[in-house]
Design a protein around this ligand. Sequence first.
Ligand SMILES: Cc1cc2nc3c(=O)[nH]c(=O)nc-3n(C[C@H](O)[C@H](O)[C@H](O)COP(=O)(O)OP(=O)(O)OC[C@H]3O[C@@H](n4cnc5c(N)ncnc54)[C@H](O)[C@@H]3O)c2cc1C
Length: 489
Amino acid sequence: MHDVVIVGSGPTGLMLAGELKLAGVDAAVLERRDTQDLAGSRGGGIHSRTIELLDQRGIAGRFLAEGKTVQTATFGSTQLDLSGLPTRHPYTLALFQNHIERLLLEWVEELGVRISRGAEVTGVAADDDGVDVQRASGGPVRGRYVVGADGGRSEVRRSAGIAFTGPDATRSSLIAEVKAAGEPEQQGKVDARGVHGLYPMGDGTVRVVVTEAVLGPATEPTLEDLRRELVEVFGTDFGVHSPTWLSRFTDATRQAGAYRKGRILLAGDAAHVHSPTGGLGIGLGLQDAVNLGWKLGQVVRGIAGEELLDTYHAERHPAGARALQYTMAQSLFQKADPRQEALRDLLDEVLRVDGAGTPIAALVTGLDVAYGHGMPGHPVPAHPLLGRRMPDLDLATAGGPVRVFELLHQARPVLLKFGGPALDLGAWAGRVRHVAATYDGAWQLPVLGTVAAPTAVVVRPDGYVAWVGEGSAGGLGEALATWFGAGAG
Ligand SMILES: Cc1cc2nc3c(=O)[nH]c(=O)nc-3n(C[C@H](O)[C@H](O)[C@H](O)COP(=O)(O)OP(=O)(O)OC[C@H]3O[C@@H](n4cnc5c(N)ncnc54)[C@H](O)[C@@H]3O)c2cc1C
């Protein structure tokens, strides 16, 4: 029996496999694709918090080296300036999903992750001790836990009977990568149907998006469908031919009612789907994976109890719901309609007031995520750092200068002590790294601005703050027990 079976090696499954490996767990990864190659380029990029997660593992540079950074995000028609956000990565990275998957695969292979390809999962059946994962060919694979990272049409979710609810699609778009006659220029258009665009990829192919006149069926579109819609919108089909990718997406928005059902967990698109507008999908999946990996690792290794897995849903479900709010609102604006345009223009006035756009910029970039639930042992009101991402400060330590994120490369929890009384990690000393450091700068958090400097913090492997010391050790033991097992060495 495997400790964990991950179904799907998209961005979410790959990231989770890497995180589990760092947590000391070998997961079996079952993927139906024969290779990692995608038929098309698919998703277009990642935002600040996702780049930070990669930075926390020491691999952000690989992604930054291959893409282009853009310092704005859009809400309505307003370009929100990201440059003032307190992060080392105040930008969006434009990099197509096929490259993101290639780079993630490279990383997990270095860690020793192996993927079973050509393995189509057809269902899951859980009992008290584990889960049987059925395959289209070959016998079942058994795992103590199973994570469905198998995309929006998740077989794991369906088979586990987990509800997936939300507003139905109102619009559909065809997306394709095709050859075209001549060399059409990059162009975009918004009309009463929605947004349309052509984007030459630089290798002789053109990425085309065209919103359909009526909501399309749940079947795969044809080249004829694409030609017809292009003629209707642009007056020409640009001589498109030889598609390497032709697909349909909608603005349907759904979220799983439970991210955990006993031994079955969901992550990424399997847990939430939404309009691709805003480009939040890949990042949400990676954030799910980084939240779940260290928790599941500890539970599987007997360090922490099962209840730790409930914090995965408690933390990631609200974060997902908030991101879906943005994609639903933003997709409304992607249409020429006098009433929506009136709303968009008034919103633009509001967002242009100094600093007014910052909360939305922090939402889009994922920098505003605050895990407010289940943070124990803290006086009320809690320090604002609690449950928020730890900033990547430049620290001075006895061993020399170090960035906070460098201390997270191995995905181990860290106690950072800046002053105050002596702190005893007790039974956790073997697992929680203790670093004495100094930092003289301001503690700046997205949206909140400067906050009081703590005397110590415990940072979880996912980079979120589990405990804040304010001149005493109060609550430290309780926080360690909650997040890192009840004292087992
Ligand atoms: C047309 C389109 C445009 C998009 N544009 C953007 C964008 O600009 N920016 C952005 O961030 N996101 C975008 N997205 C969303 C993004 O692609 C997804 O959010 C992202 O791929 C989710 O990653 P995932 O790993 O959770 O799921 P997926 O990428 O769907 O991966 C699921 C994996 O599971 C495998 N699998 C599925 N079923 C089974 C099974 N039964 N057995 C075994 N393996 C299985 C699949 O082969 C796949 O490898 C777009 C999506 C689409 C469809």
